[in-house]
Write a protein that binds this ligand. Structure first.
Ligand SMILES: Cc1ncc(COP(=O)(O)O)c(C=O)c1O
Length: 456
């Protein structure tokens, strides 16, 4: 059979499967519908994997202007467009306008104190930081920041000591946990301190349909009964105090539904996000009642992330919401149907060699994003337009070859601009970042790495 005929037949088969699963969805047979979609998406994704092409997204005028801005800078270079950063800040905060909620900034998605400061000083309703490590919170406290929610548990005695000492210095800090075992360990380490350690219970928002688990693996607390039990158990430990809940809708915020690398999974992702959001909003609305029933105060009820931010703004139960990465808008956010933010972070590499006509190779560039390793975790060349990574080499440890999809030549020595797939991780590769004002004047600020800080 001709490869083209085979391709057409497979496409028709995939389409029919999609129609069938949509029919099952309409008939409220969610489980079979999702299972069929999952299966067909997997087949389709592998079938279509090599058919994705680079999409030109920048204008040549942008390239000329950015090239001029960094003309006197050494490469490689990381840079942030402050006009886009501020615009994203306003756009995201506008979504929760008049909701009475405060914002907790996710520091892992910036890792640059000057930018954290810029957001907090914007006059928008920020209240504190969501940190990714206890030592990070300690460092930020030493830099003048306060009010930390550490969103990922740590049980080491040395870490809990840091928290105990922060409390003694009147810092506002709370640690996320989700298990009685953790409470026991932490409570023991905290016994020598006069103030109880505020804890936040993470409520799991993933979906369980029979054996099917959709979502991330974070917390085992996924029912109101298990939350209630943990709250009751926690009362036996005077050196800790549960003050809130975090129920981050990771299944929605982390799932792309307009992803050019997963074209046929997108409808399924859209469906899952829609079902998940309804389920999460419902269960989150029940959580404050559990606290009232037990006579406890729910001081903090945190949810939200850039990927789902516009979908949670009406939820009354949440007292505060989190975002971070949307401010820099890495290219992963191009793959969400509900997000339209401005790219604000780039890195520039020098085109140093050209092995063949229509190929250039840049020095450096292997800044791969964490998460399930896939093509959407690679950096994306964006300026000049018409460049793409090679599937055989990707972004390399010391060199990144690119193919020119247009006939434009790139003179050796030119900068090539890329976007990272995620927000904060780029800062781990650079000591400094160039901040670019509206008028294209620039100044440099240090990243965590430039301040000799590495936390995880
Ligand atoms: C607990 C929690 N909340 C919120 C976020 C979302 O952060 P961002 O807006 O930077 O994507 C994350 C990201 O992983 C998270 O782990």
């Amino acid at each position: 059979m001709q490869p083209r005929t085979l391709k057409n037949r497979q496409s028709i088969f995939i389409l029919l499967c999609f129609c069938l699963s949509y029919y099952l969805f309409l008939k409220k047979n969610n489980y079979s519908s999702a299972l069929l979609l999952l299966l067909v998406s997997f087949i389709a994704e592998n079938f279509y994997k090599n058919q994705v092409r680079a999409t030109p997204e920048s204008k040549s005028s942008d390239y000329t202007s950015w090239k001029k801005t960094i003309a006197h800078e050494d490469l490689p270079l990381a840079l942030v467009d402050l006009e886009a950063f501020d615009s994203n800040l306003k756009k995201l905060t506008h979504m929760i306008k008049d909701s009475g909620k405060t914002i907790r900034l996710a520091t892992k998605s910036l890792r640059i104190p000057a930018l954290i400061h810029r957001a907090l000083q914007s006059g928008l309703p920020f209240k504190g930081l969501m940190c990714y490590s206890i030592r990070e919170a300690d460092f930020l406290f030493s830099q003048g920041f306060n009010d930390f929610l550490i969103a990922y548990p740590s049980l080491q005695n040395a870490d809990i000591d840091i928290l105990g000492n922060l409390l003694l210095k009147d810092a506002k800090v709370a640690l996320v946990i989700d298990d009685l075992q953790q409470i026991k360990i932490i409570a023991k380490s905290m016994e020598k301190y006069s103030k109880p350690l505020p804890l936040i219970i993470e409520f799991d928002t993933s979906i369980h349909w029979g054996q099917l688990h959709l979502g991330v693996r974070r917390s085992p607390i996924r029912s109101l009964i298990s939350l209630k039990q943990l709250l009751l158990d926690s009362k036996h430990y005077p050196s800790i105090k549960v003050v809130g809940v975090m129920a981050y809708e990771a299944i929605v915020a982390g799932l792309t539904d307009k992803n050019p690398f997963k074209k046929l999974q997108n409808p399924l992702a859209f469906l899952i996000r829609r079902c998940a959001m309804q389920h999460i909003a419902k269960i989150r609305s029940e959580i404050p009642k559990i606290f009232s029933e037990l006579g406890l105060t729910l001081e903090i009820f945190n949810g939200g992330g850039t990927g789902s931010f516009n979908l949670i703004s009406n939820e009354k139960a949440l007292t505060e919401v989190t975002f971070g990465s949307g401010l820099l808008c890495p290219h992963i956010f191009d793959y969400y149907s509900n997000i339209s933010l401005k790219p604000a972070a780039y890195f520039a590499l020098e085109a140093t060699r050209s092995s063949d006509p229509y190929y250039v190779t840049c020095l450096g560039g292997g800044y791969i994003a964490s998460g399930a390793a896939d093509q959407d975790r690679l950096p994306k060349p964006v300026m000049p337009e018409g460049l793409k990574l090679l599937s055989a080499e990707g972004a390399g440890e010391v060199q990144t070859p690119l193919q020119l999809t247009s006939k434009n030549m790139i003179p050796l020595g030119s900068p090539i601009f890329f976007r990272h797939a995620k927000a904060g991780e780029l800062a781990e590769h650079f000591n400094e970042v160039l901040l670019v004002n509206d008028d294209k004047s620039t100044y440099r600020v240090k990243t965590y790495r430039g301040l000799h800080q590495a936390f995880l």
